[in-house]
Design a binder for this molecule. Structure first.
Ligand code: NIG
Length: 402
């Protein structure tokens, strides 16, 4: 058992209090230190009171906070869609049908290639401070490729979601495809996945189809999440609340009833600001959701179609600069709020917060406070991470010694 002391922390964001509210100073300690032992946090307190340890890292006045919890990514794919992106920036609208381009490339790729590409993106995410990550299937859309995708996802991610109901692929009858997704495909992938998801939107699946898919997943023992209200208003959010989904993701087009439904539920609204920029969609009403009392999370939605970034700091900065969140609210939504969206806010395997006995998943910023995440947008501030107590230095040239 070796203990590692991290000291010299100008600002330690713990997210240990029960709310992100700005008045909660319990979530933020000045001049702090912490001790990591066996991958867990063994001690947190003022640097002046820090106990002796086997080794010590002085971060010399930098900020420390939980590693990012990215709960919405689609890392299992092949190819890219740069041409589609460029056309969109020249005025073309995003449509769900673009998914079929990535499906064709993914079906042609080997499982080893899918794992390698997903690992590359996971490494990229880790370099900007992500220490816990969800990813999905959904670019296979036939039994063999969805199964390859589920296995690949399970090798690379901490939480895996089955998204067979991403699009009805070309060449198959709609009813036959739903029977496949809720029958043999679900049975094949179930041992490799934690959640089931469906794309409830214009050009993808309607509310009744999504209900059928999610209920089949629940019967197979999976948790529920939903893509909803991305491209237009509709019943996605209300379906997610009705079924008690852990999360409903996107939420760009919400009416008052949607906001009220979310505010009165445990379902997290997972907002995806990088996707909104890349598809030129209006941002979701983040401020309204929070003021109404809804739970929100922020995620990257890394995928080749609508959001080809792994950068959670970019999402946090955008949420602050464009969506009206305070810095503390955005950081909460990308850490502890996100943990709630995958059912990992509490318990021994909780992530997104720094608590004695909890997982030592943390990051060091090359800045004295988390405000710099939005104050210095686009600057790669993460200089070190610990994931279950294991240190990585994404930018080795910027060490912690001064
Ligand atoms: O979350 N909205 C649905 N699925 C993905 C994008 C899919 C694609 O266009 O490749 C998303 O944005």
């Amino acid at each position: 058992m070796t203990a590692e002391l991290i000291t010299g922390i100008a600002e330690l964001t713990t997210q240990a209090a029960e709310s992100s509210h700005d008045s909660h100073d319990d979530n933020r300690l000045a001049d702090a230190a912490l001790v990591i032992e066996n991958g867990r946090i063994a001690w947190i307190g003022p640097a002046a009171d820090a106990p002796a340890a086997d080794s010590e890292v002085n971060v010399h006045g930098r900020a420390v906070l939980p590693g990012w919890v990215d709960t919405h990514t689609h890392l299992v794919f092949a190819g890219d869609r740069a041409a589609e992106f460029e056309a969109r920036m020249a005025g073309q609208r995003y449509a769900a049908g673009g998914i079929a381009t990535t499906v064709a490339a993914t079906r042609a790729a080997s499982e080893a290639d899918l794992v390698a590409n997903a690992r590359r993106l996971r490494r990229e995410a880790a370099a900007s401070g992500t220490t816990f990550l969800e990813t999905k299937t959904g670019y296979g859309l036939d039994l063999a490729t969805e199964l390859r995708g589920a296995r690949a996802a399970a090798e690379v991610a901490d939480v895996v979601t089955f998204l067979g109901a991403h699009l009805v692929p070309p060449g198959i009858d709609r009813r036959d495809y739903l029977d496949l997704v809720t029958g043999p495909m679900l049975q094949a992938v179930a041992p490799h996945v934690d959640f089931i998801d469906a794309f409830c939107d214009t050009g993808a699946f309607d509310v009744d189809e999504c209900r059928e898919v999610l209920l089949a997943g629940r019967a197979a023992g999976l948790g529920l999440r939903l893509h909803g209200n991305q491209l237009g208003a509709g019943g996605g959010v209300r379906l997610a609340v009705e079924l008690g989904c852990a999360s409903v993701d996107h939420c760009n087009h919400l009416d008052d009833a949607d906001v009220d439904a979310l505010a009165g539920s445990d379902t997290v609204a997972t907002l995806l600001p990088a996707c909104d920029l890349s598809t030129r969609q209006p941002f979701p009403p983040a401020r309204r959701l929070l003021d109404a009392g809804a739970h929100i999370a922020l995620a990257s939605n890394c995928n080749p179609g609508t959001s080809y970034t792994t950068s959670m700091p970019f999402c946090v900065a955008t949420a602050v600069l464009q969506m009206g969140l305070t810095v503390r609210e955005a950081v909460w939504a990308a850490t502890r709020g996100a943990a709630r969206a995958v059912g990992r806010e509490h318990g021994p395997d909780a992530v997104g917060s720094l608590r004695i006995g909890g997982r030592a998943d943390l990051q060091v910023l090359d800045a004295p406070s988390v405000a710099h995440l939005a104050y210095r947008p686009g600057v790669p501030l993460c200089v070190a991470t610990w994931t279950e107590g294991v240190r990585a230095d994404p930018h080795a040239s910027r060490d912690l010694s001064t």
